[in-house]
Design a protein around this ligand. Sequence first.
Ligand code: MN
Length: 375
Amino acid sequence: MGELKDRNIIIDDTTLRDGEQTAGVVFSLEEKIRIARMLDQIGVGELECGIPAMGAEEQAAVRALVDLGLKARLITWNRATISDIQASIDSGVKAVDISLSVSDIHIKNKLRKSRSWVKEQLKVALDFAKKHDLYVSVGGEDSSRADLDFMVELMTIAKDLGADRFRYCDTLGILEPFTTYENVRYLLERVPMEIEVHTHDDLGMATANAIAGIKAGANFVNTTVNGLGERAGNAALEEVVMALKHACGHDLGIDTRRFVEISKFVGQASSRPVPEWKSVVGERVFSHESGLHADGVIKNPSNYEGFDPAEVGLTRHLVLGKHSGSHALIHRLKRLGYELNRLEANDLMDRVRSISQRNKRALTDPELMTLCRSI
Ligand code: MN
């Protein structure tokens, strides 16, 4: 597996597939093209861009994305059927994810079939895809509830028939990072095959599970912009990339400075506006109010910022309100053209606190200036 920094980790962003699959979310063709272009420009290596089996319009959209001639590899989502894969071939892609239910719960209660039926489906679909020279990811739907030894069996068949990688899916978002790590390790130790991790945020652990999977040896990771996706969403692109960089010391070389721009666009196109406190890209995640923090940031931003906001396209805000200290007040008023001494600042701070408490918010610059003129 080697050191993380020496490994080639590839982001497979599925904003255009699992992201659009979010209940109520639809992208226009123009929006899909813009999203694909932006992700390609910043260096995302692979884009899962649709489900051609859905019909002519989806196929035309995938075809339009293929015609852009992006650097990123385009991959589509397919059930393990010849007709689905044929629809992908007709759309012009050279890579497919072939998805199969792998847990007994799904095999019995959803498919109403058996494990041997699943193995047969895999063989038929993979044989067809490989005859058409496609790059194939075999997707294990509901991997997190599946019997690991059955998955070893499936992966062995997949590998023998020429599949290029296996997608380990925590379809329901029910794993935690330690188990994710152990399960991915277990599979990698038994089948020499590349693994991709596909994680969901139902318990708030999509990013943590994605990182755990990578640390266990997965070389591909599924993400979506803003963590858009089924139910609580998928692992967020911006979180996974920044966590790899700052928590794991592995820089993927992606141009992160456009994260906020892309996040805002996807927020608007999906009608799912980005919360101000959203990790990494929320407008106010670099706002400082409390006395100690604001003072520390004024002295040196690295005192209270894990990374520079400019790295993702954000700006820092120093907010004056109930929890502020006099140092931040002096600093702000100086920028507004008022020189205050320590005593005056302390006096003014009491009034800032009581106004903030009464209004349940921070003070605006005009309010601060009015206060200043009154003393
Ligand atoms: Mn999913």
